[in-house]
Design a protein around this ligand. Structure first.
Ligand SMILES: [Zn+2]
Length: 369
């Protein structure tokens, strides 16, 4: 009983906030339309054309909202889909597409759109919170998925999947030279490091790390493969390579990474011809875990590879593989090896949404010759 009334209350609240935002949205839309009218008077030809398309979008938005208000959800859904096509990074369009689709019983469209809202906005933003609540409240329809924000000061980053597969190389127990090991490696130093990679014999001269066990590299591979269905779904593709010089992502080892992190990922520079991503995994932690090492190493590898794929922000849920640091500590204590992939549906829908949105920064993988 209590549960039911509580749920009812929260749903009434959700509806109230939807109505409120419709009102403020439509008010804002009117103001924008008025401002736009004044502006378009003194424009050059091309600017006038841009103005025409903006006005087109404006009237589309108004029509879509009208349909939404009179509860013609299939029509609202169709019109908001058009708005989203033109302005995919507008969270309000994505949100209304999601809710219209939900009422029109187009659940897949609704799920994708609401996930995109959460992923593209800050965790505390109005639209992000509304979309997150919709996904949470309609438990039955969405099986309670909880995507998490990937916005970093309003920016999204990910790989350019049109340039082919991301190529991954795993060092078999090798560590980087002094000055680049563990906490000594900084983002600035990565640039120096990339030029060292091109020197003849660089990789063959690397030292082996302490406490390395020969099967570690294969467990890392297992953790990366926990994301294999992401490739199967065509979201983003990756493959393993034997030559580090051809790799976009290089896994190295270090005895101690500093602090209490087990792994760390250094992102590549964006919008450059050649992106490279360095991952460090710490062996002294692995030794401490004893019998639990395979599970922990696999989860560490899957977590870091989530970062590699573009998930720069953590989840708040301790069950997700992209859980944040605070959650990592509690998860470390309950280690039981299982064959189940640690990557959850929340991790999946978050990554999927990220790759459905145009990003601000693109990592460009090395193109095979
Ligand atoms: Zn992390």
């Amino acid at each position: 009983m209590i549960d039911n009334s509580g749920r009812l209350k929260s749903k009434t609240k959700a509806i109230a906030s939807i109505v409120l935002s419709v009102l403020s949205f439509s008010l804002a839309a009117n103001l924008e339309a008025a401002a736009l009218k004044n502006k378009t008077k003194t424009k050059t030809k091309s600017a006038r054309q841009a103005g025409v398309s903006a006005v087109g979008l404006e009237s589309l938005k108004q029509k879509a909202l009208q349909m939404y208000m009179v509860r013609n959800y299939p029509e609202a859904c169709k019109l908001f889909r058009e708005c989203v096509k033109r302005e995919p990074r507008d969270a309000s369009f994505q949100y209304y597409l999601g809710v219209s689709a939900l009422y029109a019983n187009e659940l897949e469209v609704a799920e994708h759109a609401l996930c995109r809202v959460v992923v593209m906005t800050e965790p505390t933003s109005e639209w992000g919170t509304l979309a997150g609540n919709a996904l949470k409240d309609w438990k039955k329809q969405f099986s309670s998925i909880r995507p998490y924000s990937q916005s970093e000061n309003g920016n999204l980053r990910r790989w350019d999947k049109s340039k082919g597969e991301i190529k991954v190389w795993i060092a078999d127990g090798l560590q980087l030279p002094p000055g680049f090991v563990g906490p000594d490696l900084t983002v600035d130093k990565c640039r120096t490091l990339y030029s060292l990679f091109d020197r003849p014999g660089f990789f063959s001269r690397l030292d082996r790390v302490e406490h390395y066990v020969p099967n570690y590299a294969s467990i890392i591979r297992e953790g990366i493969n926990d994301w294999a269905w992401v490739a199967a779904e065509g979201i983003v593709k990756f493959k393993f390579v034997d030559d580090p010089k051809n790799a976009d992502v290089l896994y190295f080892w270090c005895p101690q990474s500093g602090g209490d992190s087990v792994g760390r990922t250094f992102y590549p520079w964006t919008n450059t011809a050649r992106a490279r991503c360095i991952v460090h995994v710490e062996t002294s932690y692995l030794r401490k875990w004893g019998a639990n090492t395979p599970k922990q190493l696999r989860e560490t590898s899957a977590h870091e590879f989530g970062h590699v794929l573009g998930l720069g922000q953590h989840s708040n849920l301790s069950s997700d593989v992209m859980r944040g640091h605070g959650e990592t500590i509690s998860w470390m204590q309950q280690a039981q090896y299982s064959n189940v992939s640690p990557v959850t549906r929340n991790d999946f829908v978050t990554l999927r949404a990220l790759y459905e949105l145009p990003p601000d920064y693109l990592y460009v993988p090395f193109v095979d010759k």
